[in-house]
Design a binder for this molecule. Structure first.
Ligand SMILES: [Zn+2]
Length: 179
């Protein structure tokens, strides 16, 4: 006899909320509890990110989980860039940012058909808690900094389409990293 008990362990397949779903516009709340469930939830979020074509970042509210949690992994980017590998950030906040801004192209798993040119800080220092609840700070540059800023925006209900320099810069997607 074999025991089949996968049902209990299986994650429900998460659906990525897409614009114009108003739930993407709500502000997510701080995560206070660092328990085993958090680890399961964040890993699930990461799996959803990996299922998206070109996914290098995702924020919890994109799957209808309205707590301040993001996953970023710029080692998956199409072009090589400086990065910290897999980042699972709870309650991330930008504590310092370069005055220098940089224009770059962005796409989003929640805005699947469009890409646009967005201005972001070239460097950000980000404080957050890791999955164990330990405070961490990283300094991130260039593309990874862009992805982190994009994901933190999601926690405040902001989409990259709100920040495009000009609607002329919003173009139909070809193939690009999605965050
Ligand atoms: Zn996004």
């Amino acid at each position: 006899m074999t025991v089949v008990d996968t049902a209990e362990n299986q994650q429900e397949a998460a659906v990525i909320l897409q614009q114009p779903d108003l739930r993407l516009r709500q502000r997510s709340v701080q995560r206070r509890c660092f328990d085993a469930e958090l680890i399961v939830q964040v890993n699930n979020l990461r799996v959803v990110m990996l299922q998206g074509v070109g996914g290098v970042g995702i924020a919890a509210p994109q799957i209808g989980w309205f707590e301040r949690v993001i996953v970023v992994d710029c080692s998956l980017a199409n072009r090589p860039c400086r990065h910290h590998g897999l980042l699972m950030m709870v309650n991330p906040r930008i504590v310092d940012a370069s005055e220098k801004m940089k224009l770059g192209r962005e796409g989003c798993l929640s805005v699947p058909d469009w890409v646009g040119m967005v201005e972001r800080h070239q460097m950000v220092r980000v404080a957050y808690e890791d999955l164990m609840g330990v405070s961490q700070v990283i300094e991130s540059h260039h593309y990874e900094a862009r992805v982190i800023q994009h994901e933190i925006d999601h926690l405040d209900g902001v989409l990259f389409t709100d920040r495009v320099v000009s609607t002329r810069d919003l173009v139909r997607r070809m193939v690009l990293d999605q965050v």
